[in-house]
Ligand binder design. Structure first.
Ligand SMILES: [Zn+2]
Length: 379
């Protein structure tokens, strides 16, 4: 496979394109365009936006929150640096790991903030996982949609129109260029978040598959009506468009200031997860494994791409770490139970969506269980 000479991401990576010199469009955006941004000016723009909302509503803003590194940094910045009174809203996808729950409790106590923690009906989550896996080999439709639509629905319901999200998508993909200001609005939701499946599409698919459910069960995953969004003057911004995002720096800050703790990640040696990405969800190992089967790269490649762009590691060392990608994660068995699939059926579904020129080849090597494996909910 063709790989970027700077970040080593392969041609099967979503949105990647290569230039004549062998570099990629994501590197160009993340390195060159990011460098040119006047961050002082951007920060002033942020303050201008904030001043339109501060002290005018029950809360100054909503902070969508998982308890991972980015949303913890967001919340810290919003309370300690921007002096806002936020309402924390968590769409709990149902797979939070014990360390993330501990981190969240500690963070909320140390920072002092109100939280609404919403967990949707587990039986519906399972249906959604099965359906989106079979349709798109991505079982996270419930999470991709819920974590964006639910906080925006709450912003409308509670009349707290400013919502502050974390890093822009340009940090890791080329859906947007880094110098563009992204908004988490309906356009972005339909373009990159919902896998091209709206909640009414999903209702039709579930019905066609013979599942029984109440139409209201899908509301948490539904982007609010555009007229409501407009009428309530919702402003849904990414902090990373106004404050320069640096994973390592942000993680070091929350560790020091909040006692936030890192965790193991299935299939990824600690050394290959330097900025503690994706440690919140215990289905992450299976998600990464599917990506590996389809596209020939996985979480380690993505982490290394970021480290290579920031010159934190040599290409040689990065490639060595990447060699350990693709082992079968212990969480796969749990996933197969949730979705009522045999491993062979799982492999057949994934094989169908292999991205050329990668060749589908399931591994025989098993990844190590993480120490919290026994605490994960299983059926
Ligand atoms: Zn690149």
């Amino acid at each position: 496979m063709i790989k970027c000479k700077t970040c080593n991401l392969p041609e099967t990576y979503e949105t990647i394109e290569f230039n004549k010199k062998g570099g990629c469009n994501i590197c160009h955006s993340n390195i060159n365009l990011k460098k040119k941004i006047n961050w002082n000016k951007r920060f002033k723009e942020l303050i201008k936006i904030i001043n339109l909302y501060k002290d005018k509503y029950e809360y100054d803003c909503i902070v969508p929150f998982s308890g991972g590194k980015d949303s913890t940094f967001q919340l810290y910045t919003i309370i300690k640096k921007l002096n806002l009174k936020p309402l924390v809203v968590r769409f709990n996808h149902g797979f939070l790991r014990p360390k993330t729950i501990e981190n969240t409790n500690r963070t909320l106590k140390k920072l002092g903030a109100d939280i609404i923690d919403f967990t949707p009906n587990w039986n519906i989550v399972k249906l959604l996982m099965s359906e989106s896996f079979k349709r798109k080999t991505d079982f996270c439709w419930h999470c991709h949609t819920g974590i964006y639509s639910y906080p925006i629905r709450m912003a409308i319901k509670l009349n707290v129109p400013l919502i502050i999200w974390g890093e822009p998508l340009a940090e890791m993909s080329a859906y947007y260029k880094y110098d563009e200001i992204e908004e988490e609005d309906e356009e972005k939701f339909n373009k990159v978040r919902n896998l091209g499946i709206s909640s009414s599409d999903m209702k039709g698919m579930l019905t066609a598959s013979g599942y029984k459910f109440d139409a209201r069960d899908l509301l948490p995953y539904e982007f609010p009506d555009y007229s409501e969004y407009k009428k309530n003057k919702i402003k849904s911004i990414n902090l990373g468009n106004y404050i320069k995002w640096d994973y390592n720096k942000n993680v070091n800050l929350i560790k020091k200031e909040l006692g936030w703790q890192s965790d193991e990640l299935e299939g990824v040696p600690d050394i290959a997860n330097p900025f503690s990405s994706k440690i919140e969800c215990y289905m992450q190992g299976t998600r990464d494994y599917i990506k590996y089967l389809k596209r020939g790269y996985s979480r380690i490649s993505q982490n290394m791409a970021s480290e290579l762009r920031n010159k934190n590691i040599s290409m040689e060392k990065a490639r060595k770490l990447i060699q350990s990608e693709g082992k079968v994660p212990p969480s796969l068995k749990i996933f197969l139970k949730f979705t009522n699939l045999k491993e062979k059926e799982f492999n057949n579904i994934v094989k169908e969506s292999t991205v050329y020129p990668h060749k589908f080849k399931p591994s025989k090597v098993k990844a190590k269980k993480t120490s919290d494996f026994d605490q994960w909910y299983k059926e």
